[in-house]
Design a protein around this ligand. Sequence first.
Ligand SMILES: NC(=O)c1ccc[n+]([C@@H]2O[C@H](COP(=O)([O-])OP(=O)(O)OC[C@H]3O[C@@H](n4cnc5c(N)ncnc54)[C@H](OP(=O)(O)O)[C@@H]3O)[C@@H](O)[C@H]2O)c1
Length: 246
Amino acid sequence: MTAIALVTGASGGLGQAVARELREQGWTVALVGRDLARLRAAFGAEAACIAADVSTPDGARTAVAQCQRELGLPTALAHCAGTTLLAPLHRTAPEMYRSCLTANLDSAFFTLGAFMDALREARQPGAAVLVSSVVARIGVANHEAIAAAKAGVEGLVRSAAATYAPSRIRVNAVAPGIMDTPAVARIIGTGAARAGAAKQYPLPGIGDPADLARLMAWLLSDQAGWITGQVWALDGGFSSVRPLVK
Ligand SMILES: NC(=O)c1ccc[n+]([C@@H]2O[C@H](COP(=O)([O-])OP(=O)(O)OC[C@H]3O[C@@H](n4cnc5c(N)ncnc54)[C@H](OP(=O)(O)O)[C@@H]3O)[C@@H](O)[C@H]2O)c1
């Protein structure tokens, strides 16, 4: 019997890359999204797809319970559900802020909670990896709402890592810079904006979701068995290196 991983936001750019990487590494993967048709279009009719809105407590519990019923207890969680929001504070309407917090922070809180409940009831160890962003660590203009949400995700990760370490449940986060996913393609397009974004990074370019998927899969594996409470940047040096000014 193979180990089971739950991937949220599985229809998205990163979620698809993570699901594929985990499958290649031998995991049985449960794919969670709000839109079953989108999941099936990405992974085929035979894939283990679960329709649930993990930004609500009920939706998060449904995702974990359905996985348990249909495949078995998930011992790994890759929480990829989330959004991107490019807007300065003075142009962020209350509903934009709420929806950003719901998609990024509520979903992380409720999904991690449902995952912990299942593992603790079964008295099993496990590992979770959540997705933050460079904007939580370094001030980047026009990202106030998403920076606040992802800073919340990082705080959640550190506290949960402390709480559940005695139960041998590890919790880590990854913090990518801009990545080439459809969500971002909608914002930066293909021309000058994309080149401008790429130039902001000490190692120039746009991140590849496949690279982040490999890092996330490694954090979920036994090879990372003594790592918890960490935030792993994958950002071309953006959050820690001052580019050489010529
Ligand atoms: N792409 C980047 O440059 C970048 C940079 C830093 C961080 N990130 C983070 O990386 C993660 C994945 O991003 P991505 O680029 O792969 O985005 P994406 O392609 O838009 O995928 C995100 C997925 O999250 C799900 N989702 C969105 N809003 C939700 C909500 N309110 N409740 C539940 N699920 C929701 C959607 O799935 P359904 O609609 O099927 O439910 C969507 O497929 C996000 O957390 C994002 O903040 C991305």
